[in-house]
Design a protein around this ligand. Structure first.
Ligand code: GLC
Length: 435
């Protein structure tokens, strides 16, 4: 039996087949190159942060190369930050001057990107920040870059969140009307409950967080569904309904993600190194094996993986990112059959030690991903009468199997024979054709 997920308003049919997408975090923060939250963590005042606006000139930007790199890695869709928390916009929005066309670069970045990824047959997603540390009507709150400004009370008196919400809605309208079909709309994020924020300096009042009333999420949702009924919506608008996907961030869920006890369509978002924006000095880059394990583990629990690249201020994917994308692509070239169209295996199939299972319900094939290469073979309980044929996916070489005698808890067990040496694949996969 396979799990049935909660129905979605957005079209998730393609999404749960495609499984693997590219997140792109790009903005002015590529220049300081020390995390996309740098304005907040270092509490950089607007006039100082302006230097990045004045020097933003990604002269090597080549969206065709980006799209090619994503597609070669086996990714089928992309989600790009149209605006991140810093407030800077990657398109020529009519509602602000704080946009790429007013930087030394002087041109729109988003249209060419959308065109380039579409040309690679990839679906298009927009990440749009609800938070805005630049907009003059966005009241300063506990997360704001100016949260320790002694004049907060006075400043906030002059700020009107309703005007900000109008701006937000207006920009979403631009994004959903100016770029053709948008497949995913990914908002980030709500924080109505701020108790987890560090204590404030003396004399500065407790500042409320922001959520659905601030964003006017109900109204926004209505507009989105009118403009783009089938768009996939993430779950960060602080609404109990209306969203299509859950979005666990920077961790691997233990099992299929649920909401009120029911499995949902979900997508893990992960970074290569910790930061989403380009971070020059970060040393915590994941290995190719870890990244592949992440992708496989996600699909084995019925989810998608959105893996992030933070392009540089020159407009390139840096060599560490390209290195991992190439490695993933090499694996995907021979193993994507165990990812695309696949999901969690029916519950009666238990994964052998050090393995993850995925299953394609259309072809009825089961995929055993072997994370640690065993000695000469492995056992699968409960399988003996289910398998018609087995092969290694990397080279279609036969994997012999035989039923072994039942013993103790091990019933109806198959033993699959493997070579001593691990095949030339980062994660070898055995493909089982079920009867
Ligand atoms: C977060 C962070 C952020 C990143 C995002 C991706 O909530 O604020 O910088 O864009 O998650 O999921």
């Amino acid at each position: 039996m396979t799990l049935v997920t909660k129905p979605t308003d957005g079209d998730t049919k393609w999404f749960v087949k495609d499984r693997f997408g590219m997140f792109i975090h790009w903005g002015l923060y590529a220049l300081p190159a020390r995390h996309e939250w740098v304005k907040q963590t270092e509490q950089i005042p607007d006039d100082v942060y302006d230097q990045y606006f004045k020097h933003f000139d990604p002269d090597l930007y080549d969206p065709e190369m980006w799209a090619q790199a994503a597609s070669n890695a086996g990714m089928k869709y992309f989600v790009v930050t149209t605006k991140h928390h810093e407030g800077f916009c990657l398109w020529d929005s009519e509602l602000t001057d704080y946009k790429c066309t007013n930087t030394p670069y002087g041109k729109d970045l988003l249209h060419p990107m959308v065109d380039a990824f579409r040309a690679q047959d990839m679906k298009v997603g927009f990440y749009h920040s609800l938070i805005d540390w630049h907009h003059p009507e966005f009241p300063i709150d506990a997360l704001h870059s100016q949260r320790r400004n002694p004049d907060i009370v006075e400043i906030n008196k002059k700020r009107n969140i309703k005007k900000y919400a109008e701006y937000l809605h207006g920009q979403v309208r631009e994004l959903l009307t100016g770029f053709g079909k948008v497949d995913i709309m990914w908002f980030d994020f709500s924080y109505p409950d701020i108790t987890w924020i560090t204590p404030y300096v003396d004399g500065i009042p407790t500042l409320a967080g922001k959520g659905k009333d601030d964003w006017q999420s109900e109204k926004l949702l209505k507009m989105i569904r009118e403009l783009m009924p089938n768009v996939i919506l993430d779950d960060r608008l602080d609404l109990p309904h209306g969203w299509d996907i859950k979005t666990p961030e920077q961790y691997q869920p233990r099992e299929w993600v649920t909401d009120e006890g029911q499995p949902v369509v979900w997508e893990a978002c992960q970074t290569f190194s910790g930061s989403w924006g380009y971070h020059r000095d970060e040393a915590s880059w994941k290995s190719l094996d870890q990244l592949l394990h992440m992708l496989i583990d996600t699909v084995s629990k019925g989810g998608n993986l959105l893996l992030n690249v933070g392009p540089t201020g020159r407009g390139e994917f840096d060599v560490r990112a390209l290195d991992r994308l190439n490695g993933m692509g090499e694996w995907m070239q021979r193993h994507n059959r165990s990812i695309y169209g696949c999901t969690q295996a029916p519950l009666e199939f238990k994964a052998p030690e050090d393995c993850r299972l995925t299953y394609n319900p259309d072809t009825k094939r089961l995929y055993v991903h072997i994370f640690a290469w065993p000695f000469l073979g492995f056992y699968m309980d409960g399988f003996a009468d289910r398998v018609e044929y087995a092969q290694l996916l990397n080279d279609a070489s036969e994997v012999k199997f035989k039923k072994v005698d039942d013993s103790g808890e091990h019933k109806n067990t198959l033993r699959l024979e493997l070579p001593v040496h691990k095949p030339n694949a980062a994660v070898p996969v055995v493909e089982l054709f079920l009867k």
